[in-house]
Design a protein around this ligand. Structure first.
Ligand code: HEC
Length: 232
């Protein structure tokens, strides 16, 4: 048998006695925080009653517990004053209402913004926009396309011939991005997408209106039915 393990335990036991002695001399922060008392002080802590030989020690409440306990009392007083007496802070249900109001506002703004932001993919033929579109056209486009869209510098917009296609999306695109190298302005920056959509619808309404002094056809004949077949 190898006696080493016993020697080792004895050694450890000695170390433990040593450790206890040290602890008794200068208690560590941990010991203080837990209000631990050295074993040597046990005699003084004993409460002078005993039941069936069981003794009780009068151990004080540890410091950490007191700090926590009084801390919660102070916090509760502050909380009560802040939220319920002084009513400085927003209470939960008010906070909820505020958040809901904010969210509803954001939702409305989002919907409003999206309703008015049309692009070349979502633009639709909508005769109700023609009147607004005429106003936009009269204000911005007459100089180049003529009073009635018959064409001047720019092409005739009332015939079936188109340089860039005669579908609602084609027209929207040309107006939005322009054809700068050919003298057609890009309106993207100076016109809302709603107005571009409106003027697009106005131009479509001019189809076949046969104004006086039409400019000669340019581009290719646009066949809406054929285009739709291709698109589908
Ligand atoms: C500075 C002159 C000028 C102004 C202003 C102008 N255009 Fe044009 N527009 C042109 C020219 C030039 C072309 C032909 C471009 C080409 O040859 O590709 C053109 C082409 C077009 C086309 C395409 C026609 C086709 O045959 O495919 C549309 C649609 C159009 N313009 C709409 C408008 C609208 C709407 C406005 C006003 C918001 C407007 N333009 C203002 C000069 C102008």
């Amino acid at each position: 048998m190898n006696p080493t393990p016993y020697v080792k335990h004895e050694q450890e036991a000695l170390d433990y006695e040593e450790w206890k002695k040290q602890k008794g001399d200068k208690p560590s922060i941990w010991t203080k925080l837990l209000s631990l008392k050295p074993l040597s002080a046990e005699k003084d802590l004993e409460i002078p009653h005993a039941y069936d030989g069981i003794k009780e020690l009068n151990n004080p409440v540890p410091t950490w517990f007191n700090v926590l306990f009084y801390g919660t009392l102070i916090f509760a007083a502050g909380y009560l004053y802040y939220y319920h007496i002084g009513e400085y802070g927003e209470r939960q249900d008010d906070e909820y209402q505020t958040e809901m109001t904010k969210a509803n506002l954001a939702k409305q703004q989002f919907l409003a913004k999206n309703a008015s932001s049309v692009d070349e993919n979502s633009v639709k033929v909508d005769p109700s926009q023609i009147a607004v579109g005429k106003g936009v056209f009269d204000a911005n486009c007459i100089a180049c396309h003529g009073q009635h869209g018959e064409g001047l510098v720019g092409p005739n917009l009332t015939d079936e011939f188109w340089l860039h296609g005669g579908g609602v999306k084609d027209i929207f695109k040309v107006v939005k991005y322009g054809v700068p190298e050919k003298g057609m302005v890009s309106w993207e920056k100076n016109m809302s997408s709603a107005n571009i959509s409106a003027v697009t619808n106005y131009i479509l309404s001019l189809q076949g209106s046969k104004p006086a002094n039409p400019k000669a056809p340019q581009g290719e004949k646009y066949d809406a039915a054929a285009e739709e077949v291709v698109a589908n």
